[in-house]
Design a protein around this ligand. Structure first.
Ligand code: RIB
Length: 307
């Protein structure tokens, strides 16, 4: 049972401030930390902490940040043989501001992530035979993502794609390669081309994305849970009530939890409940990777919640 994540690694440079700055404004913050992040690496840590054998395929730069990222992933048990060190580039970084209301702003500078390509797809093919699920996001080049999805399809491995960060040039041919698409409301809105504010709009977006060729659409709705559209049914997954202090990487936690659940043989519904629990626990902690809960924490939480 193994999850393969094909995606980004970033070092997050995180400032905490009373509120988010306005254009041209200088704000004094409370604190600064460097924290391992990147959507691909975060999702890999979320799955690995749930006890699932997890491989990450990607690239870091030939710098100190890259070493820090790799060491941190390895200490979480993520297999990083598929992460190349690219001496010609710098590691990905994300400039993150988190305010008192736990809102955030993120600027990503891709660095080595932007050079992920054929070499990574080649390394992916060499581990695909052991995989139960391939997990993709949109922080590496689209051409590589498409090639990775195609490789998984050929090998008969289900593909979960998190279309984050939102992109306007999402290729139409990608839809039919995806088994489970997991946009949040902003990303879903970008994909379907209309604002998603009401329940009816969420339902319509799920149907449209499904009609484009995706087998299962899971629209992540934060505190409002998730909306799921499959070929045969549509249903809601409730969010667990928690006190959020930092929502950075909550979507990554959800995806890691979902992939780990499916890889361990859970039904879609049970894997989604696990995903919601992982996301809920992640927002009660600060930072991206440090906020991912362990299997024991998730099991205890689900028991406390009567699930
Ligand atoms: O999803 C959260 C992640 O987005 C952060 O860790 C940051 O690196 C950006 O990629």
């Amino acid at each position: 049972m193994s999850v393969i994540v094909f995606g980004s690694l970033n070092l997050d440079l995180v400032a905490r401030t009373p509120r988010l700055p306005m254009p041209s404004e200088t704000l004094t913050g409370y604190s600064f930390e460097t924290i391992p992040g990147g959507k691909g690496a975060n999702q890999a840590v979320a799955a690995a902490r749930l006890g699932i054998s997890t491989h990450l395929i990607g690239r870091v730069g030939g710098d100190r940040f890259g070493q820090t990222l790799l060491q941190s992933l390895q200490s979480d048990g993520v297999h990083c043989e598929g992460v190349a060190i690219d001496e010609a580039s710098h590691s990905g970084v994300a400039l993150i501001t988190v305010d008192d209301a736990s809102e955030n702003q993120i600027i990503v500078i891709p660095g080595a992530n932007g050079r992920v390509g054929e070499a990574e797809v080649y390394r992916l093919r060499s581990v695909l035979s052991d995989a139960k699920v391939l997990l993709l996001q949109l922080e590496v080049p689209l051409a590589a993502i498409e090639a990775a999805a195609q490789a998984a399809k050929q090998a008969g491995i289900p593909v979960i794609l998190d279309p984050a960060p939102a992109q306007s040039d999402f290729p139409a041919e990608l839809y039919s390669l995806i088994d489970i698409l997991t946009p949040n409301q902003v990303e879903a809105s970008q994909l379907v081309g209309f604002a998603i504010d009401t329940e009816a709009e969420v339902v319509r977006a799920g149907q449209i994305l499904h009609q484009r060729g995706v087998q299962t659409v899971v629209i992540k709705r934060g505190k409002q849970g998730a909306w799921v559209q499959t070929a045969t049914e549509a249903f809601a997954i409730e969010a667990f009530p928690v006190q959020a202090i930092d929502t950075v990487a909550a979507g990554d936690a959800f995806n890691g939890g979902l992939a780990a659940g499916l890889a361990s043989g859970l039904s879609l519904q049970a894997a989604l409940i696990q995903a919601a629990a992982v996301a809920a626990l992640s927002v009660t902690q600060t930072g991206a990777q440090p906020s991912m809960p362990t299997r024991e924490e998730v099991e205890r939480f689900l028991e406390e919640m009567g699930r």
